[in-house]
Design a protein around this ligand. Sequence first.
Ligand code: S3P
Length: 442
Amino acid sequence: MNINSQKQITRDLKSGGRLVGNVQVPGDKSISHRALLFGAIAEGVTTIEGLLPAEDPISTASCLRAMGVEISNIEKNKRVEVHGVGLYGLKEPEEILNCGNSGTTMRLILGLLAGQPGHHFVLTGDSSLRRRPMKRVGQPLKLMGAQINGRSNGDLAPLSVAGQKLHGAVIGTPVASAQVKSAILLAALRAEGSTTVIEPAHSRDHSERMLKAFGAQIEIGGEMGRHINVRPGSTLRCQQVVVPGDISSAAFWLVGASLIPGSEITIENVGLNPTRTGILEVLKQMDAQIEILNPRDVAGEPVGDIHVKHKSLLRAFTINEEMIPRLVDEVPVLAVAGCFCQGESKITGAAELRVKETDRLAVMAKQLRAMGGNIIEKPDGLIIQGGHELHGTTLDSETDHRVAMSLAIASMLAKGNSSLKNSNASEVSYPDFWTDLEKLRN
Ligand code: S3P
């Protein structure tokens, strides 16, 4: 059971204040999941510095523990050790694997388990995850010989996996999804023959980078690195992983400090992988005052500190389909930004947002409209008229972590106080969000 779904905390949100000072955002969620998963199927003890100590990676760790992987306690500022069992060492779990609220956990673990011959697995999650489409992973894995069943013709969890000996394949994915791609890559590690994944657009490439570091035979080719080939056969070797701060968590402060008069902050140690930095492109379009300091490489990922200063009269922006994979999780907070830019901001090609933890286009449009925002919802995006003052009101994250934190920024900018139902959804990816907000608020 997802810990988060047990409680529904309503929080009072004060209007006003500015954001000032330095902040370190927690470890990157995508990289944290992968470090746990790849460490689990490697030989030897993988150490992870900066692992995100939040509900989603904890769900991944508890599924892996149920399959016999020893993982040390996940706590803030504590190095985590994963005792790898090798590519063929996962045990058949005695219990249903509970993925909580985490789509990455469920999708990547499907890839891991599909090629585990003779073992049977059942995966489920909280009510949000049980509504999210899983056929996007099940279907390509079936092309490799997988047997995955579930509700709604195999699309919805609970899902059952009868592990099979898989064969390699050439698979074109219909959506640019790093979760789908990574599930196939994990399955490919143990398949017979080589596998190539061809994506419609380049999604985040943390799996490719990290699998290469662990010693997998992986090659990236094609236009914009959209063809990824894995040849099975090599054992993975344990690594020392260092997880940078999550740019998707930094996004709240990037937008907040850009918009809130008098703000000036530095966000330290943020991952700047080019497949994730779409938000910086949008802030540039807005003419926001952003500067990258100390760019460096840490354990195969680009990292830097980001200095942000408020600037008035920010310009409206356009986000199109091509940009979505680089900023998919930042659309909720960018919808808040649109309300305060000069003119009409447009987000298109974003239908994927409808199958996240909530339908994020619908939920953001509804919540921002309740505050007086002028937003038109389209099937694949939002049209936002800037310059309409927002007012404080009763808000609801509808249990979505990114919605909760985006509304926190909106309520600072609104006239009058707000209250936020299901504010604790933030624990899925940023457990100290409310403490950091109070530290930075001035
Ligand atoms: C993730 C990929 C993205 C993102 C999610 C994390 C990952 O989803 O929205 O929060 O770690 O691979 P999609 O790959 O489905 O777009």
